[in-house]
Design a protein around this ligand. Sequence first.
Ligand code: GUN
Length: 284
Amino acid sequence: MTAQLIDGKALSQQLRNDVRQGVATLKSQNITPGLAVVLVGDNPASEVYVRNKVKACEDTGMHSVLERHGADLSQAALLERIEALNQDPTIHGILVQLPLPAHIDAQRVIKAISPTKDVDGFHVTSAGALMTGMSGFWPCTPFGCMKMLESIGYSLKGKHAVVIGRSNIVGKPMALMLLQANATITVCHSGTQNLKALTLQADVIVAAVGKRNVLTADMVKPGAVVLDVGMNRNGAGKLCGDVDFEGVRQVASHITPVPGGVGPMTITMLMMNTLLAAQGSVGA
Ligand code: GUN
């Protein structure tokens, strides 16, 4: 079997069209959805990410503000900026790019963002809403993964989903979303014994560790669906995921490539969340 590719680029374009339409509708009511992106310091990877987020806003017709601060910005000053953005009626979503410099407590900063503007879905209120099945913002990467499964018409009911990785940004929320869709879930991590025995039982595998070749063909049940959240570089400096793509594609029924898989979905789901935040602000 050679797996079908789940094309994140094409799917994210489709979803962006929906976002564009939603933005146009709000604009006709004199509301322009607005996203504030806050960058502290000069981490080169973060520079690329925030530039792409601002570009996506332009692409979908949203207003965006990029706030750049030096690495020496104090935590108190950052909290003041967040509060100002909380109060700003032209801003519907606030994203503080992570990682933050070591002298700043990231959890404290995320907690300062109004839950109504928490388009990253990182606030404890958003996490609690996801955990209890209430409405709230879903973190963009696992939200994108759910959209990818939906795009292939995959029913998770009763399926065994194995998530490799337990981060607050991907692994944990991913597991909760899959659970909410009635899958049986297993969450694996660095302390898991015999990972292969677990992944071999999986109908769906989400790899979100940040390490090459965490998942190889011998660890995958024939016909499983494999989503690769990893973003790594191989020996030649080429972008690759957590999954041994060439091997696993011979066994899986569907697989996401890297690049062009989960990555493009993440920013599109951020746009979707910002639109939802703006719609929420007018009771749409
Ligand atoms: N750094 C890496 N990924 C993300 C993300 O999704 N959101 C934020 N705020 N920072 C990040």
